[in-house]
Design a protein around this ligand. Structure first.
Ligand SMILES: *[C@@H]1O[C@H](CO)[C@@H](O)[C@H](O)[C@H]1NC(C)=O
Ligand SMILES: *[C@@H]1O[C@H](CO)[C@@H](O)[C@H](O)[C@H]1NC(C)=O
Length: 176
């Protein structure tokens, strides 16, 4: 009595191996797409303002205001296994201790290829601060526009769509 149960069992094992194999193919197919779109990124000198922190009211924490202009066509990153893109602007600088820091100052999720042509002029969405509370000993900063491609199946891939070549200076302002 090779019962109906064992037959169903065999069929479902077969189907699930097929599904696994198909998913593996979809995941692997992502490696065939090697689009590496490049855009442009320009940054104005970063204005630095003193600000009070909530946690330590007597301590002055400097805040950087970054005005930027991004132009990039990221449509080549959309293919049949692209679920969405996570796009972010990262500030990079070396602090007085010689440690390289990176801070994400802006991001955007792009869900549709129609929205993947980015022409955006704006300023940082997230606070740009130095842990030592001042940028005084930081000579300059660099910026890069990076992305993660989130697939339907498989692993995240990372890339860089633009980068500033020239260092961007800090400019201190007295009042907000
Ligand atoms: C932003 O950059 C693009 C490409 O470099 C340029 O065409 C555009 O005029 C710039 N926009 C502003 C407001 O500076
Ligand atoms: C920090 O970045 C600079 C420029 O990219 C590099 O030359 C230096 O080796 C880095 N320092 C550390 C500690 O990683």
């Amino acid at each position: 009595m090779h019962s109906i149960f064992s037959r169903i069992n065999n069929i479902s094992a077969f189907l699930s191996s097929c599904t696994m194999a198909l998913l593996a193919c979809v995941a692997l197919s992502s490696f065939l797409f090697t689009a590496d779109p490049k855009g442009t990124l320009s940054i104005s000198p970063v204005k630095v303002f003193p600000s009070k922190t909530n946690r330590y009211p007597r301590r002055i924490q400097e805040m950087g205001f970054v005005n930027f202009n991004i132009s990039a066509d990221l449509t080549p990153l959309f293919h049949w296994n692209t679920k969405q893109l996570f796009l972010y602007l990262e500030a990079e600088y070396q602090n007085a201790q010689g440690v390289n820091n990176t801070v994400v100052i802006w991001d955007r999720i792009v869900r549709r290829p129609e929205d993947a042509v980015i022409n955006f002029v704006g300023k940082n969405k997230y606070a740009f601060r130095e842990i030592s509370s001042s940028f005084k000993k930081v000579p300059s900063s660099y910026y890069s526009l990076k992305y993660n491609v989130m697939p339907h199946v498989g692993v995240l891939t990372y890339g860089e769509a633009a980068r500033t070549i020239e260092p961007v200076d800090f400019v201190w302002e007295e009042h907000v």
